[in-house]
Design a protein around this ligand. Structure first.
Ligand code: GAP
Length: 436
């Protein structure tokens, strides 16, 4: 169900509690760029860590890569980005606002309502820069518009270094840049963003099966991290939406407050990319099967997600308002793996030195494994609310009794249920709750 002001509430919470700030805000902001604050940086790291765990460490057939953002300009000729990576741009004849033609709503300018526009023209989305001391055409380079090409150009290097056999994949997380005509919807469409991409190389005859397996694996990843099933759907592209070389593409979409929108795409790209780079570089990029002595270009399945979009979807999905007594509790129900703060240690009486000392000691012990905080700046009810609002999985309260019975009260964020736990068991208890 769409809730119109849910987005406003999430944006306000992100600013208030230090998840996401406008870029260069003191100078009036920079359109299409956002900064992650202390809690946002933790959340985004957790999203990336969960992705890397799932697609690299917990599989036997994928290795990681961290390629440079700047690449040889020929890369972008081979990939087709120089020639084709464009949106159709129109200019409103009344207010001169430049807009993406496909995003006009009922043919109207969203700024002034006018309905007449200039002729549409292609606008290349790559951000140009110059490398070195000369600023001429020979020094032109691009900030990469996708991380994928860093993987394709390293295909032979990875193969030589790892002696992998098909099927295998290469995964990468990194920044990408696009000069979007109309960035918007908070961090959904930005000019600087991070991608999480896999190129999975397989035998041509097996591409259809791996395409289906990756769609399922990536859809399950969001569900396993607690995203609500009703807010996720798969959308298969129609034939006329596909690039000429692609055999299929399926988007994983999330029901954002502004409607169903793409989180990630899984594409069956055939052998287009390796062939293009082989042709443009003149290098041998075939896979050589040692058993059959066959040489061929592997086919590629590409699950390509946005880290910022996933983070935004997890923020929206986690937002809950719950009535409690005469009040409303705002609680971010992040999956424990994603929660920026795993546990908050709260002394019930900050004037009692014994309680404060024990609480700080507990925090020091837990922070070897988890990001934890200590807070004694308000009464316990207020401290709980503060932690709920940022999605802290557990609150650990130390009271006078704790000094005698060596037990603390652990409160679960979602159920608000409290349990007394022996200090000797606390570490294991927190680990179990966080790793579930
Ligand atoms: N290599 C394939 C590729 O880049 P894409 O659909 O253009 O495909 C993949 O991008 C993902 O990157 C998207 O599903 C989205 O999550 C993210 N993404 C793309 N453009 C973005 C933008 N301007 N702002 C934020 N995320 C973006």
């Amino acid at each position: 169900m769409l809730e119109a002001n849910l987005m406003d509430k999430v944006v306000a919470l992100c600013k208030r509690r230090g998840f996401i700030f406008q870029s260069s805000e003191i100078y009036g902001g920079l359109n299409g760029a956002w900064d992650y604050g202390p809690l946002g940086a933790e959340l985004k790291r957790n999203v990336k860590e969960a992705w890397w765990q799932a697609v690299v460490h917990q599989r036997n057939d994928v290795v990681g890569l961290d390629a440079a953002i700047l690449m040889h300009p020929r890369t972008w000729e081979a990939s087709g980005h120089v020639g084709n990576f464009a949106d159709m741009l129109v200019e409103c004849k009344k207010c001169n606002k430049r807009l993406r033609q496909d995003l006009l709503i009922k043919g109207k300018c969203p700024q002034c309502g006018n309905t007449s526009f200039s002729e549409p023209r292609p606008f290349n989305l790559m951000l140009k820069t110059n490398i070195g001391a000369m600023e001429d055409s020979s020094s032109v380079a691009y900030l990469r518009p996708e991380t994928a090409q860093g993987i394709f150009v390293n295909f032979a290097n990875v193969l030589d270094a790892t002696h992998r056999k098909l099927p295998f994949g290469i995964a990468q997380i990194g920044k990408s840049f696009r000069n979007e005509i109309t960035p918007g919807n908070f961090t959904f469409r930005t000019r600087e963003f991070e991608q999480m991409e896999i190129e999975y190389f397989c035998r041509p005859a097996e591409a259809g099966q791996w395409y289906q397996e990756w769609i399922k694996a990536r859809h399950d990843w969001y569900l396993n991290l607690g995203m609500r099933t009703a807010n996720l759907r798969l959308r298969e592209h129609d034939k006329d939406e596909l690039a000429h070389y692609a055999a299929g593409c399926t988007d994983i979409e999330y029901l954002f407050p502004f409607g169903w929108s793409e989180l990630e795409g899984v594409a069956n790209r055939g052998d287009y990319d390796l062939k293009q780079h082989a042709q443009f570089s003149g290098k041998e990029l075939h896979y050589h099967d040692q058993m059959t002595q066959e040489k061929f270009y592997p086919h590629v399945i590409e699950p390509s997600g946005g880290c910022d979009r996933a983070t935004l979807a997890f923020l929206v999905d986690a937002y809950h308002e719950e009535p409690v007594k005469d009040d409303t509790r705002v609680v971010m129900k992040f999956h424990p793996k994603l929660a920026p703060i795993k546990a908050a240690v709260l002394p019930l009486l900050k004037k009692n030195d014994g309680i404060v000392e024990l609480a700080k000691k507990i925090k020091t012990g837990l922070q070897k494994d988890f990001f934890c905080v200590y807070d004694d700046t308000a009464a316990i009810g207020k401290l709980y609310r503060r932690q709920d609002e940022v999605g802290t999985a557990l609150c650990i309260t130390v009271d006078v009794q704790s000094l005698e019975d060596r037990q603390v009260t652990v409160r679960d964020r979602d159920t608000m249920q409290q349990e007394r736990i022996l200090l000797d068991r606390l570490d294991g208890y927190v680990k179990d709750k966080i790793k579930k």
